[in-house]
Structures are given as C-alpha cells and as structure tokens.
Write a protein that binds this ligand. Sequence first.
Ligand code: HEC
Ligand code: HEC
Ligand code: HEC
Ligand code: HEC
Ligand code: HEC
Length: 375
Amino acid sequence: MKKRLISGLIVALSLVLTAGFAFAAVTGQCSNCHTMHYSQNGEVPAGAEPDGPWPVLLLGSCMGCHSNTGTATIKTGGIPVVWNTGGGTTDPGTAQSWSGANYNLAGGNFFYVSIADSRGHNIDGMYNQDAFLENNPPGYETARDPSTVRWSDSYMLTCAGSNGCHGNRNVDRSTYTDGFSASFVAIKGAHHGDDSTIDGSTVAASFRFLGSSALSTYSVLGLEDDDWQQSAAVDDHNEYKGAITQTDTKTISYLCSQCHGYFHSEISDQTPPSSPWTRHPTDTDVMGKGGEYANYNDVVAAGTYSLEAPVGYVNIPASPRQIVTAGDSPVICLSCHRAHGSPHDDILRWDYSTMLAGGGGADGTGCFRCHTTKD
Ligand code: HEC
Ligand code: HEC
Ligand code: HEC
Ligand code: HEC
Ligand code: HEC
C-alpha cells in the first residue's frame, strides 16, 4: 500500500491533448503521463504523485489521474474524474438534461463514501474499508463469479483485477503487494487501445474497460457517451446493455452479479422467473409488462428515456435512444444504483425515503418512473 490519501498530485499535470476524444486511446507527449526514471534534476518529477516510482513508469496511480482536489469532473487533458476529493460536485438528480464542468460523471463520485460507507463502493487507497460490510459483497454467489481467482475477502475492492470491476478479473490480487499494481496489470494496454468498436474482445473494446480478452464472454457491451455524461440530454447519454433473461453474460447487470450474484439469479420461485418476484428483477422488460409499466417515464411523456432511472437496451441502437419501446426496455442494476458513489444510501440514484405510495412524495420520479400508478 503506497499511500491512502492523495493530496494535490497530478492535478498539476498539464497534459496537452488534442481536442475531442471520440476514442479512449490517450494522446499527447509521453512525458505528460510517463517518467522514465521517476527522477528529474535528481528530484521527484514535476507533476508526479509522491511515493513513487509507480507501475508502468507512470507519474502516478489510477487515483492520481482520476481524482481532483477541485470540483471539475473532467481534468485538463480530458481525464475523467471519479473522485473529487473535496466534494462540491453536482448530482443531476431528476434532471432530463444538464451541462456544466461540475456534474458528476455517469458512474457517480467516490467522494460520497467520505460521508457514509453505504454511499459508494469503498476502494483500496481512497477511504477506509466499509465498517459494516467489510470486504464482503452482499449476495455473493461463487457460481456467478467467472474469475478463476474469484473474489477474496482478504482484500478491499480495487479498480481492476480479481478484486475489481474493470479489466481482466483473472489477474490475481494476492500476487501483488498493492491494489494499484494488480489494477495496472489487469488493464494493461487499454489506455492506448482501440475502442472504436465496443465488441468486448479486449479491455479497451469493452464498455468502460469492463471486460477483457481473457474473459471476453463476460465483457460488458454498450454505447459510450463521449464526455461520460458530464453533459447529458435525452439524445445524449450512455446506453447500457441489458437483456430480457438473466443468462446474457454481457449485460451491465451481469457484471454487477459477478460479485452480487443472488441479486440477479435468485429473484423468483417461477421458471422462467416472473411475478411474483422474490428480489427486485433486473434483465426483465419494463414496457412490455403492460399496465403501469407501459407508461415508463410518463411524468415526461410515456416511453421517453429517463436519465434518472435509465433502462438498458436489448438491440444495440446506432445512437442514444430518446424513446424506448416494449421489448427493448430492460430493468438494469443502474436503473436504481450508481456504480461508484452517490449522495444517497445504498448508492441509490434518489433518496428512497421520498418515495411515498399514494402521493405526497417525489411523484413521477425515482421508483415512479416505472411504477407509474403507485404515486
Ligand atoms: C496518466 C494518467 C492516467 C492514469 C495513471 C490512469 N488513467 Fe485511466 N484514463 C486516463 C485518460 C486521459 C482517460 C481518457 C481517455 C479518453 O480520452 O477516452 C482515461 C480513461 C479511463 C477509463 C474510461 C474508459 C472509457 O471507455 O471511457 C477508465 C475505466 C480508466 N481510465 C481506468 C483507469 C484505471 C483502472 C487506472 C489504473 C490502473 C487508470 N485508469 C490510470 C488517464 C489515466
Ligand atoms: C495521457 C496519458 C498518456 C500518454 C500521453 C502516454 N501514455 Fe502510455 N500509458 C498511459 C497509461 C495510463 C498507461 C497504463 C494503463 C494501461 O496500460 O492502459 C500507459 C501504458 C503504456 C505502456 C504499457 C501498456 C501498453 O499499451 O503497451 C506503454 C509501453 C506506453 N504506455 C508507452 C507510451 C509512449 C511511448 C507514449 C508516448 C508516445 C505514451 N505511452 C504516452 C498513459 C499515457
Ligand atoms: C468485484 C466485485 C464487485 C462488483 C463487480 C460490484 N460490486 Fe458492489 N460491492 C462489492 C463489495 C465488496 C461491496 C461491500 C463493500 C463496499 O461497500 O465497499 C459492495 C457493495 C455494494 C453496495 C452496497 C453499498 C454499501 O456500502 O452499503 C451496492 C448498492 C452495490 N455494491 C452495487 C453494485 C452495482 C450496482 C454493481 C454493478 C455496477 C456492483 N455493485 C458491482 C463488490 C462488487
Ligand atoms: C426501470 C424500471 C423500474 C424501476 C425504476 C423500479 N421498478 Fe420495480 N419493477 C419493475 C418491473 C418491470 C417489475 C416486474 C413487474 C412484473 O413482472 O409484473 C418490477 C417489480 C417490482 C416489485 C414486485 C412486483 C411483483 O409483481 O412481484 C416491487 C415491489 C417493486 N418493483 C418495487 C420497486 C421499488 C420500491 C422501486 C424503487 C426503489 C422500484 N420498484 C423501481 C420496474 C422498475
Ligand atoms: C428497483 C431498484 C433496484 C434495482 C433494479 C436494483 N437495486 Fe439494489 N437496492 C435497491 C434498494 C432500494 C436498496 C436498499 C435496500 C433494500 O430495499 O433492499 C438496494 C440495495 C442493494 C445492495 C445492498 C444490500 C445490503 O445488504 O446492504 C446491493 C449490494 C445492491 N442493491 C446491488 C444491486 C445489484 C447488483 C443489482 C442488479 C443485479 C441491483 N441492486 C438492482 C434498489 C434496486
């Protein structure tokens, strides 16, 4: 473990990247990001994170680049920020469109873990272990974890590898002294890789590096918004892969089920799974259920994509959908949760305590985007 808290570090890194970044491959001078000897005039190079040298001759760790002491969620050089260490960022809440430098990116923000453990995934090197859950993913099902190494409760969550979500989950966390080293091995090549087609064949070609060639059957598919939803609108957003059965291994919800298996697999006593459900279903269609579900997001207009409670796609659209339809509107884990962190308990996309049956609460929003007659 190099260090637990990051101070100013790579905020100072002045990367000079070309404008626009439709592809994830990084651009610019090698020295913007790499240091050959971790030494310049005999000292730590300007802009480098202290306590190096770091893996892959980089100026810092994953968190060094992907954090910010300020409130901007995309840093100089086009680095997406998932941890604004001082907070102050804006959650889009119920908005259908937004734009501004301080909006949390689509995965949310790890900052909220500093307010309460239950508001995000507790990642090694950011904050402490989750005081209540420790290193145990609720609902863990061994059979749902495709990693040959599998989850280990001896370690905290890391960005990538067997105890992480990104990259090659066959890279064994226990082989490395710290989570960062394992993460760099697990995503090796991704930042310089080709992601022009998201087909899951490599880390770079998986939705947001959530996959690898080693476990390509489980690589997540999707359409990647080019500013990670820092600005977003009904026709400007990520599209998440879903399905209408729980057997498709390339959905975003199957990825979550690699560590929270039972929440995806043991959801009903019927075969095939159907109402009455025993756990809230994912990878089942919303609008096709008819009744209240056919009016998904009717507070805006029935069938309009909701950025607050998004549904997945079954058939990949060429561009982000403004209107979703019956048969192509699966519930996904991210209909209700953020992936990294949110201002609400259980990493929810809204405050559950405001969901009041029979009116008087946050009518039309949150759960009511789908359960349109319960408000
Ligand atoms: C030297 C800075 C730097 C370091 C260190 C770094 N990244 Fe990145 N990362 C970037 C940049 C720049 C991008 C944006 C690339 C682009 O333009 O799409 C990025 C993008 C990403 C993305 C988004 C990919 C996508 O499809 O949009 C993920 C996920 C990611 N990095 C994970 C990691 C992980 C995990 C680590 C540590 C193992 C790491 N990064 C280390 C600079 C860095
Ligand atoms: C914007 C930041 C950035 C710039 C600029 C950059 N790199 Fe990298 N590079 C990374 C990151 C982050 C990683 C580690 C994560 C990964 O492998 O995806 C990496 C990994 C590598 C690797 C090992 C993985 C692989 O793809 O083979 C090599 C070699 C490499 N870089 C060489 C270079 C060279 C040479 C240059 C200049 C021509 C350069 N890089 C410029 C960020 C950058
Ligand atoms: C690599 C394993 C792994 C994956 C994949 C994973 N999680 Fe988790 N999750 C954990 C662990 C470990 C915990 C408990 C410790 C913590 O909260 O940091 C947890 C806790 C949670 C919690 C409870 C938060 C709390 O602190 O009470 C939620 C909600 C959650 N995960 C949702 C998701 C969603 C949604 C996905 C998919 C986008 C996902 N998880 C993918 C490992 C994982
Ligand atoms: C993205 C749409 C969506 C959102 C958001 C959503 N649900 Fe659901 N919910 C569904 C669908 C679809 C079903 C399955 C209905 C069926 O099979 O008849 C379901 C089923 C249920 C059931 C079980 C019904 C049964 O027949 O067994 C309950 C209870 C429920 N949801 C409560 C909630 C609550 C509480 C929230 C907010 C925390 C919520 N839902 C958010 C779409 C959604
Ligand atoms: C309909 C909204 C909804 C969907 C869809 C949903 N969740 Fe949740 N989740 C919740 C709510 C609300 C809670 C808070 C406690 C409760 O009511 O169970 C929660 C709690 C959790 C927890 C914490 C459990 C604990 O023991 O503390 C985890 C982990 C979790 N969800 C993971 C997932 C995963 C993985 C998926 C997809 C397979 C998923 N959720 C899909 C609404 C949802």
